[in-house]
Write a protein that binds this ligand. Structure first.
Ligand SMILES: Cc1ncc(COP(=O)(O)O)c(C=O)c1O
Length: 374
């Protein structure tokens, strides 16, 4: 038995150590300039991220949640409209829909990928009128089946919004996610693969008109100071977050590569225990960025494993214990248990393991030893 260790889900202090001086220099520069709203750092970030994400436009915003809300507003979605999404996502996907006045409608997930199932989505599209947008979520960093969703989008005249909050750098058929539909939304919440030093997010699009509308809404519908041509809000990314992100962005691909290597090691070792765990399977269409490495724990033993690991100093997380349709906040929509069985089963069986880029071989061996001995 190895000595007890403490393995976190993420070690940002370690990850940022080599960039510490660069970040502090950027902050000093910004502080001395006094330009805290938009300005050069934000412009640089938007240019670099548009390039990285292979999109024509990138718009820095306050958070991933606001990026989704802004995407919906840019499409003119509001009261009386419905938006189709996955019940197995972080609740922000759904609350952003509700906060436009629209209603979320759900289809179940695919049991293998945890992502919205296009066939089940089509059943809902056939049945529901007024679905004004389809929002697949690239859960854990694994791209949803975008070819199928593109077809559905065309067939039912509902634009695609990608909730790519967890999936920066992931690719689908060789193309970066985010720019595959009408609009794509990213989060730079501090646990994400590309993380700010607080809240921040991004909206991307290939469409000039949508980009223009989104930029307008981001600053109170105003092109000329104190003249407002439409209603909007204040959704600008902070310059200080942009300054930090400009320092971090060049390291992103290296961090993702480390995550992928760590995932590969888990896969190789956990494959030996098919009766205990299902390991994540990446379809050949996709390059997974492993924002999370998430297994399914069989035989109703997820919570026991979670505790087993915790008792031995290994962090693990349940993303997400309650699917959105069963959240108290959506009680008024009258969804019942059993309506989306795969999402409910996932909520009961998933466990995310530490896969962070600075995890050492020794740390991962310790996690694995405890998974193998369970
Ligand atoms: C799938 C998903 N959507 C939306 C969000 C919201 O992003 P933020 O926390 O930046 O508002 C997150 C992350 O937190 C997320 O994981």
């Amino acid at each position: 038995v190895k000595a007890q260790e403490n393995i976190p889900m993420l070690d940002l202090k370690q990850q940022y150590l080599p960039l510490r001086e660069q970040v502090l220099e950027a902050f000093t520069r910004l502080f001395d300039s006094g330009a805290f709203i938009l300005g050069k750092e934000v412009e640089t970030l938007e240019t670099q991220l548009a390039k990285y994400l292979e999109t024509k436009y990138a718009i820095g915003v306050t958070s991933g949640t606001d990026a989704i809300w802004l995407a919906l507003k840019a499409l003119g979605i509001g009261p009386g409209d419905k938006v189709l999404t996955s019940p197995f996502t972080f609740f922000a996907t759904v609350s952003a829909i509700c906060n436009t006045g629209a209603e979320p409608v759900f289809a179940d997930i695919d049991s293998k990928t945890f992502n919205l199932d296009p066939e089940k989505a089509e059943e809902v599209l056939k049945k529901e009128g007024r679905v004004k947008a389809i929002m697949p979520v690239h859960v854990y960093g694994l791209p949803a089946e975008m070819s199928a969703f593109k077809k559905l989008s065309e067939k039912y005249g509902a634009p695609l919004i990608e909730d790519a909050a967890q999936a920066i750098g992931s690719t689908y058929h060789g193309k970066k996610v985010g720019g595959l539909g009408a609009l794509g939304c990213f989060s730079f919440y501090p646990t994400k693969n590309l993380a700010a030093v607080g809240d921040a997010g991004l909206l991307v699009t290939q469409d000039e008109k949508l980009a223009d509308t989104a930029r307008l809404i981001r600053t109170h519908g105003s092109r000329v100071t104190y003249y407002h041509e439409r209603l909007g809000s204040n959704l600008r990314i902070d310059a200080i977050q942009a300054a930090a992100l400009n320092v971090f962005l060049p390291s992103l691909d290296g961090w993702i590569e480390k995550r992928r290597q760590n995932a590969e090691v888990y896969n190789r070792r956990l494959e030996e225990l098919p009766n205990l765990y299902d390991i994540p399977k990446t379809p050949s269409t996709s390059r997974h960025s492993f924002h999370q490495y998430t297994i399914r724990v069989k035989n109703g033993r997820r919570d026991a494993l979670h505790k087993h690991l915790k008792d031995r100093g290994v962090s693990s997380m349940i993303y997400y214990p309650v699917p959105c349709h069963l959240q108290t906040a959506l009680k008024h929509l009258d969804y019942q248990k059993g309506m989306f069985p795969e999402s409910e089963r996932a909520a009961a069986e998933v466990l995310s393991l530490p896969v962070f880029p600075t995890m050492t071989t020794q740390q991962q061996d310790y996690v694995l030893a405890n998974l193998l001995s369970f």
